[in-house]
Design a binder for this molecule. Structure first.
Ligand SMILES: [Zn+2]
Length: 241
């Protein structure tokens, strides 16, 4: 059972890194196509990532620990303030190459890895559901990281390499570093960890992916978002009934 959980975490965390790398590769080769695909994938991922925590992961977290709602709030606030600090810092060093933004992406991608470990440890099904949304958003993340590095003045090859280090490699790293700790938690503490992750996912989808995608393209992005919601509903219903 535990062995099984670890295998799933490894598959999704390494899969995430591969999809991220694919994103970097596609924007390296086909810039315009990548920019377009990025918006739709962000919206689609947002649809999945808002639905799963609210419908499924959050009730499960509360079942494990009645106070999981506090942890969810903490997760949301954690994301809010870490983003706030990074934005403020990066404004001050605007000309200095966007190091802080890149740091932020590194931390975020590392957290993505931790999320795989927490959700799969809570249940393979929750891990699987949130994993779908997360892996899809990795594609966009690779593209975004590459673009930031290019804006910072890096040559294409260097930008691709650093994007791989910061955005792709950090995700399995986070998953594997978190595993020894998370796998030892008892049910009740795991409920809090899952609650925290719910807050993080709600932030990523509602406050990060959606606004970013919608400022560029309005009409079709809503369809992509709803398709993500529909997919999540479909999978949850087929599991429940
Ligand atoms: Zn991410």
């Amino acid at each position: 059972m535990e062995y099984n959980t670890f295998i799933w975490i490894a598959i999704f965390a390494i899969g995430a890194a591969l999809v991220n790398t694919l994103g970097i590769f596609v924007i390296y080769k086909h810039k315009r196509f990548a920019e377009k695909a990025k918006i739709y994938l962000m919206c689609f991922a947002a649809g999945v990532l808002i639905s799963i925590p609210l419908m499924f992961a959050f009730p499960q977290a509360v079942q494990k620990n009645f106070y999981a709602g506090f942890a969810a709030l903490a997760g949301f606030l954690f994301m809010f303030f870490s983003n706030y600090i990074i934005k403020r810092k990066s404004k001050k060093e605007e000309l200095a190459f966007g190091i802080t933004t890149i740091e932020g992406i590194g931390i975020h991608s590392f957290m993505d890895g931790v999320i795989y470990t927490v959700t799969f440890t809570a249940s393979i099904f929750i891990g699987f559901l949130s994993g779908i949304g997360l892996v899809i958003h990795e594609f966009a993340e690779g593209i975004i990281t590459f673009s930031i590095l290019i804006k910072g003045g890096l040559k294409k090859k260097k930008a691709a390499f650093y994007a791989f280090l910061v955005a792709a490699l950090t995700t399995p790293l986070g998953a594997f570093i978190a595993y020894p700790f998370i796998s030892k938690l008892n049910e009740s503490i795991l409920g809090l960890a899952l609650g925290f992750v719910v807050g993080v996912l709600v932030y990523i989808s509602a406050a990060h992916l959606l606004p970013k995608a919608r400022e560029q393209e309005k009409q079709h992005s809503i369809l992509a978002f709803l398709a993500g919601v529909a997919l999540a509903l479909f999978i949850v219903f087929t599991k429940l009934f």
